[in-house]
Design a protein around this ligand. Structure first.
Ligand code: PHE
Length: 343
């Protein structure tokens, strides 16, 4: 009896096959519910008690050897299957490529840049930490000028290595001063960028936001040129070309105006965002004050120009019906994912 089991162990160890059917037949023969091992275990009670220990151990060896054999042969078989195709399983679906989304501020900024670059405007950028000259004084806002209060400023603590007072720029008009200092007219440039104002955060305003400011300087630039440029912009950007200019005040432009576009009163939202008037304020503008030209060594007798400035958040909120400016800074993935389809 014991010899028989030992013979089976040898037989099992020697078995080899790469056919699925043969391996299955082998499994049934030894390990199946009516298999050899079942019979041998049933014989156990008839074995001479002196041999029981050795017989039992041999039976267990036979069982584990058979089980291991079936497992290794089946594994080898599966591995072979994969190697059948050089490229692996070609019917498997491809890994999905997750596309990101552009931030609405970037989308709107790029659209504005696009509209102005089509009529020859260049893009200029400058530092976010500015000195007083570029953010205020050169813009016709000397020290103690009351209009400085229009833009609550974050001042940077004076550092012993810096002789000038520094601040976080309150508008990108500072970039225009830098551009005028370093370039001769004709000048056509827009300055997109982040600006800072010491204001309370609410649904409508934030202490950090983005602007695009534009500057055009050449001989014989008139208010009519400004108006025509604004009409071109609103038409390209919003598909609406009805605008109105309300007299306003900025220290760096004279005359100055606030630009409203006629948004319409077709839907309930139109009523809500225009407060029932149909009109929406979108930017400030004006003819560059001769003092600003003088401050940047451009001859006001020879040249004139216009400037305008708008907030990107405001326009993004308008275009995408975003009810709260803070949503633009929270980076909630559920909010940002909604802009996936916009380039
Ligand atoms: N700099 C102004 C602001 O930030 C906007 C502006 C720019 C107004 C140019 C007129 C001309 O409020």
């Amino acid at each position: 009896m014991l010899d028989k089991v030992k013979e089976f162990i040898n037989e099992v160890s020697a078995f080899n096959s790469n056919s699925k059917e043969e391996i299955e037949a082998f499994r049934i023969k030894y390990l199946g519910s009516k298999g050899l091992l079942k019979g041998l275990f049933a014989e156990f009670k008839n074995v001479d008690p002196k041999q029981k220990k050795e017989f039992g151990q041999a039976l267990n060896t036979l069982k584990t050897t058979a089980e291991k054999k079936v497992e290794t042969l089946n594994n080898a078989l599966e591995g072979n299957g994969e190697q059948k195709s050089f490229y692996g399983d070609l019917s498997r679906p491809a890994e999905p490529i997750e596309l990101g989304a552009r931030h609405p501020i970037s989308i709107v900024k790029n659209q504005i840049i696009d509209v102005f670059s089509r009529i020859g405007f260049t893009i200029s950028e400058g530092p976010e930490i500015e000195d007083d000259w570029h953010n205020f004084t050169a813009l016709n806002l000397p020290e103690y000028h009351p209009a400085r209060d229009m833009q609550d400023t974050f001042f940077v603590e004076k550092h012993k290595n810096v002789e000038k007072d520094m601040l976080l720029r309150t508008h990108t008009s500072s970039v225009q001063i830098r551009y005028m200092e370093n370039n001769k007219p004709p000048i056509r440039t827009i300055s997109p960028g982040r600006v800072f104002r010491n204001e309370d955060i609410s649904a409508r305003s934030h202490c950090i936001f983005h602007q695009v400011e534009g500057l055009y300087i050449d001989t014989d630039v008139s208010f009519a040129d400004l108006k025509q440029t604004l009409i071109y912009f609103t038409k390209e950007m919003f598909g609406k070309s009805k605008i109105r200019l309300r007299p306003s005040y900025f220290p760096f432009t004279e005359p100055s105006a606030e630009v409203d576009i006629y948004w319409g009163l077709k839907t309930e939202t139109d009523y809500k965002i225009t407060k029932g008037t149909g009109w929406l304020e979108i930017m400030g503008c004006g003819m560059v004050d001769p003092n600003v030209l003088k401050n940047t060594k451009i001859d006001p007798e020879k040249y004139s120009g216009f400037a305008f400035g708008m907030g990107i958040e405001r326009i993004a909120m308008l275009l995408y019906q975003i009810p709260d400016i803070r949503m633009l800074f929270e980076n909630d993935i559920r909010f940002l994912e909604q802009f996936k389809s916009v380039i």
